[in-house]
Write a protein that binds this ligand. Structure first.
Ligand code: GUN
Length: 301
């Protein structure tokens, strides 16, 4: 197989998800239901500002009501909790997302757990974590990055991963743990590797599927990869490519892409892989929340 056909464009798959969200939303709007997404950001973190802007823009493109609450860095925890309480009560809002990280004086977990589980489009509320963990995947809101990664895995391998070994590198609540639960629900044999894992290279070499979510630029090399494996690269690392020439920084994944191409069956690029899928799944989750809130069957992706 040539190298070009080994690259799985998340952008292309995300576009098909978004087309489906838009057409379903058009139909809902004609019935008088407009999905609403409220995004809350506290403080000035530049990366968070960029993410929040693109989430708001995408929500508008999907035909949603898109609400943004930008709060000052010194906002108190109780002010934030009362904003969320009012969004929980607001029937025009179907999805609530509080951008993380929050300033240090705010207890992020308390804030996230105050979001109604029915509006928790990030899938971080314990109710949704518990549903996913017990295999009730269809009833859960699933965190967007692992949900998007799973759509990409299904594109290549289909919905049943019976007999396949999957290694997830990273054990975060946002990506690693929910990713492992999704793979398990699809019948894969799952290993969660992390910073304390011994012989990570040999653990990875057994895998038919590797999901890399560690935040270490180009850590996974071709000799970590079983020939023909599927590699999902969740990492988004900004590196200065060549300081001597004064060149601009660029984004790379957790996988050494050029090296890995020699060995992989399929790999997602960075950028243009998991990133676009994450935002598409946020829109999909918001549409699902709007359908469920109105007693309609949830859309199938
Ligand atoms: N910050 C980084 N990733 C995420 C995410 O998926 N959701 C939220 N709310 N904040 C984030």
């Amino acid at each position: 197989m040539d190298n070009f056909s080994k690259v799985l464009s998340g952008k292309a798959v995300a576009d098909t998800v978004l087309e489906y969200v838009k057409s379903t939303t058009d139909r809902l709007v004609r019935q008088g239901i407009k999905p609403g997404l409220a995004v809350v950001i506290v403080g000035e973190d530049p990366a968070s500002q960029v993410y929040v802007r693109s989430k708001g823009k995408k929500a508008e493109e999907c035909g949603f009501l898109s609400i943004k609450h930008e709060l000052a860095e010194q906002t108190s925890e109780s002010q934030l909790l009362s904003l969320i309480a009012s969004l929980n009560e607001d029937s025009t809002v179907h999805g609530i997302l509080v951008q993380l990280p929050l300033p240090k004086h705010i207890n992020a977990d308390k804030v996230v757990q105050s979001i109604s589980p029915d509006k928790d489009v990030d899938g971080f509320h314990y109710v949704n974590v518990g549903k996913l963990g017990t295999g009730a995947v269809a009833q859960a809101f699933v965190p967007c990055t692992p949900a998007g990664s799973m759509v990409l895995i299904e594109k290549v391998l289909g919905p049943d991963l019976s007999g396949l070994d999957a290694v997830v590198i990273g054990r975060s609540n946002i990506v690693g743990k929910p990713m492992a639960n999704l793979l398990l629900a699809a019948n894969a044999t799952v290993t969660i590797a992390h910073s304390k894992t011994k012989n990570l290279r040999s653990v990875c070499r057994r895998a038919d599927i590797i999901v890399a979510a560690v935040g270490r630029p180009r850590m996974v090399k071709s000799d970590w990869i079983k020939p023909g494996a599927l590699i999902i690269d969740v990492g988004i690392n900004r590196i200065v490519s060549d300081p001597d020439v004064g060149s601009k920084s660029r984004l790379v994944g957790d996988v050494d892409f050029d090296d890995a191409l020699n060995t992989v069956g399929t790999i997602t690029p960075v950028p243009g892989g998991v990133g676009p899928m994450t935002i598409a799944m946020l829109m999909a989750n918001t549409l699902k929340a709007a359908c469920l809130a109105n007693g309609l069957p949830q859309p199938a992706f």
